[in-house]
Design a binder for this molecule. Structure first.
Ligand SMILES: [Zn+2]
Ligand SMILES: [Zn+2]
Length: 267
């Protein structure tokens, strides 16, 4: 029998674990941190579209909202679109070498999102197609989130052009739903996973993230279910259905195997 979850291989040069010391986080350690979890009063995920979107990029956003609803088993609501003019010139820049237009994450988190955080939000996440930087000395970040303040931001700028081809659309979709669920996992207090191949494993590059998996490992899935009040079977069934509908064959196969395994275990 092939195991469903595999232990991570030895990190390659430049990989996250080759450059960062991380111990991982057991379920008990996670719980002891008193992480942000969904409650009946605070059970919505909100997505804040920020800046321009092409038609294909908007389609990616819509599918990501669908995926997140299934993954977290919480209502996901898209807020009215905000223009880039909500960010002053001092919090935007052209990258000094590349000339790429970039937005300052800290401004978005503190000045755009925190004042708009709905009462019933367990998380509010801005989603943009413009590149991001966390501080002037950095080149860029894919995204940034506060672990306790319930706000986060990420960008699909570096994920490719979904209007280029069917194949590229699929790649951009996988990267976007992978990032969306990984980053929102951090917002539920989940640290990087070192125990298994897992969606909560850290990655240093797009190439490393592409080698990774969307699936949560046996240590991280219980954290997610505890944080959201979800159910493993429902989580897997709905993700399998999404994968089948959107041409993600490997993912559909994985979720089907996982369902079979929990069926055998009588769960
Ligand atoms: Zn991370
Ligand atoms: Zn994990």
């Amino acid at each position: 029998m092939t195991p469903l979850h595999e232990r991570p291989g030895k990190p390659e040069a430049g990989d996250w674990l080759a450059e960062h010391e991380e111990d991982g986080q057991t379920f008990e350690e996670w719980l002891a941190e008193k992480p942000v979890v969904a409650t009946p009063e605070r059970d919505h995920l909100y997505i804040q579209p920020l800046g321009p979107f092409s038609k294909a990029e908007w389609r990616i956003l819509t599918l990501t909202v669908d995926f997140m609803g299934r993954y977290f088993d919480l209502p996901v609501q898209v807020l009215p679109h905000l223009p880039l003019s909500v960010i002053p010139a001092r919090a935007q820049r052209e990258h000094p070498e590349w000339g790429t237009h970039q937005l300052h994450t800290t401004y978005i988190l503190d000045q755009v999102l925190r004042p708009r955080l709905p009462k019933d939000a367990v998380a509010l996440i801005a989603f943009t197609t413009v590149d991001l930087y966390p501080e002037p000395s950095w080149n860029f970040v894919f995204g940034e989130a506060y672990l306790r303040r319930r706000v986060g931001v990420w960008s699909m700028h570096r994920f490719g052009d979904p209007s280029e081809s069917k194949q590229e659309f699929r790649t951009v979709l996988l990267r976007t739903i992978g990032t969306a669920t990984h980053e929102t996992g951090h917002m539920f207090g989940m640290n990087h996973c070192t125990a298994w191949e897992c969606n909560m494993a850290g990655s240093n590059s797009l190439e490393e993230a592409d080698r990774g998996t969307l699936a949560l490992c046996p240590e991280c899935l219980p954290k997610l279910l505890w944080a959201t009040g979800g159910n493993a079977r429902r989580h897997l069934e709905r993700l399998a259905e999404f994968s089948r509908t959107n041409g993600l064959a490997d993912e559909a196969r994985f979720y089907a195997q996982e369902l079979e395994a929990i069926g055998r275990a009588g769960l």
